[in-house]
Design a protein around this ligand. Sequence first.
Ligand SMILES: Cc1ncc(COP(=O)(O)O)c(C=O)c1O
Ligand SMILES: *[C@@H]1O[C@H](CO)[C@@H](O)[C@H](O)[C@H]1NC(C)=O
Length: 489
Amino acid sequence: MIAIPYLTALTTYFSYGLLFAFGQIRDFFRKFSDGWWSPNNLQGYAPICLGLEDFYIRRLYLRIQDCFGRPISSAPDAWFDVVERFSNDNNKTLKRTEKINRCLNLGSYNYLGFAAADEYCTPRVIESLKKYSSSTCSTRVDGGTTVLHNELEESVARFVGKPAAIVFGMGYVTNSAILPVLVGKGSLIISDSLNHNSIVNGARGSGATVRVFQHNTPSHLEEVLREQIAGGQPRTHRPWKKIVVIVEGIYSMEGELCKLPEIIAICKKYKAYTYLDEAHSIGAVGKTGRGVCELLGVDTADVDIMMGTFTKSFGSCGGYIAGSKELIQYLKYTCPAHLYATSISLPAAEQIISAIRVILGEDGSSRGAQKLARIRENSNFFRSELQKMGFEVLGDNDSPVMPIMLYNPAKIPAFSRECLKQNVAVVTVAFPATPLLLARARICISASHTREDLNKALEVFSRVGDLVGIKYFPAEPKKLHQEERMKLE
Ligand SMILES: Cc1ncc(COP(=O)(O)O)c(C=O)c1O
Ligand SMILES: *[C@@H]1O[C@H](CO)[C@@H](O)[C@H](O)[C@H]1NC(C)=O
């Protein structure tokens, strides 16, 4: 739950109201002109894209689209190259220039710094590229299973602490393709209200009944479980075939840790399966990088389905499901994304295997342990400094993701552009990724940031924060402000 200051809520609503009103007026006149943005005018066809989302894109997103999708021309390391763009039509279309700005990278999920060249991983990845090429050109059940794929699955299972694992070429697909295999009509999914879109789409595509519980609120989860178990399936009121509760380890838009121990206890009490998405937590938290279970002292045997991605801490691509031998074997027989999709690229697989070895110290160095210590220190340092400056920072200690609240739509481009001018690249997120009122800048800290990098970022943020007016908690105690705030889910 986020409490927004009343005045900010008012000005934010006002800003969106103004944008909406002017957008509607411009749309009215649009009828009389014919621009590139007009929907197809084929006679007799329904327009292929119209509606509120389309209005949102034209009248809000396009105004600030220079803040999104900025082209990068280097590895997403602590510093990276951002290509400068220009526009001849009020930012409606953007063209690249030759100019490149070296910027401090506070947006990539490069938690352990494996996204840049690594003395252990990179030579092995290059070797695997030479030996196997970049693609298997085949699905896993045809010619697409190499010894490296088997090694990867064993390595992942061992790392996350489960008997077996299956890997996929994409993290998004891991969620969206697995859920329809696990549950269907007559089953119940209970999903955290802020779960990632890949889970939402997987749940919808499964045909199961989906119920949502208040974000990270175990008591509400229990309420929903009791209600659903008492009611049973719709119409027939038969008992549910199975119940799966889906949560994330670290919520990527909130920087919050899952209340896993409490949630597990409730799931056990009501005999519901738990599905844990560790996209942002695996590798990034826990003493040896094994994610939220290790951090919060949860036995991995108590989590039935462990999901994660390789796109963050491991600096690669793809996703995994880890679980019992029976579960993984069943998925290998039935999951379409395993049977019909080309297997994960070999250099990507080798990158994951090598990164896990470094994390575990199996490369013969202590670099893995150092990276883990660094990301924890960096994250906690940066979070506490931001809070001291008066920013409203969401999330928990130890989480490398920390959103800074912006609220007002005008502050999204203002913060993003001013930071970029000072060579600090940040990611801003707004509707539809967040509720309309709760726009934010999402900072991702990496083990590869030095203290000097972080100090530079803090200095720039402090200046830009004053300029843009986003220090919502200046000096005074938090409680005072809380009282004059509007509570929002
Ligand atoms: C919680 C969560 N699950 C799944 C995914 C999808 O993973 P990928 O980007 O590897 O496709 C993401 C992506 O950011 C995520 O945040
Ligand atoms: C277009 O984007 C640039 C930054 O890339 C910004 O400075 C400028 O104000 C934008 N123009 C409009 C009309 O929004």
